[in-house]
Design a protein around this ligand. Structure first.
Ligand SMILES: [Zn+2]
Length: 84
């Protein structure tokens, strides 16, 4: 899949991974996809991002992190054998 910078053409896997890693400001900033836990919040109000997942249907690959996408590396899995 061709990958280009955002705003110049199709958005590729790397651009989506970058968006999942991005923070609008500090790690607890509202509006970020990647959210870190805040032990000062009550459990029902304490949100945390546990994975980042991108599925590229054009290549049949799944890219995922185990943990916050801003710190955990993306691992690529080839799903083509599962798709038939
Ligand atoms: Zn983060």
């Amino acid at each position: 899949m061709a990958e280009r910078s955002v705003g110049t053409g199709p958005i590729g896997t790397r651009e989506i991974e970058s968006a999942l890693r991005a923070h609008a400001g500090a790690p607890q900033t509202e509006g970020s996809v990647c959210v870190h836990g805040d032990p000062s919040e009550p459990p029902e109000a304490d949100y945390v991002t546990v994975a980042g997942i991108v599925v590229d249907v054009t290549t049949g690959t799944l890219h995922l992190t185990h943990g916050n996408p801003c710190t955990a590396p993306f691992t690529t899995l080839d799903l083509r054998s599962l798709l038939g």
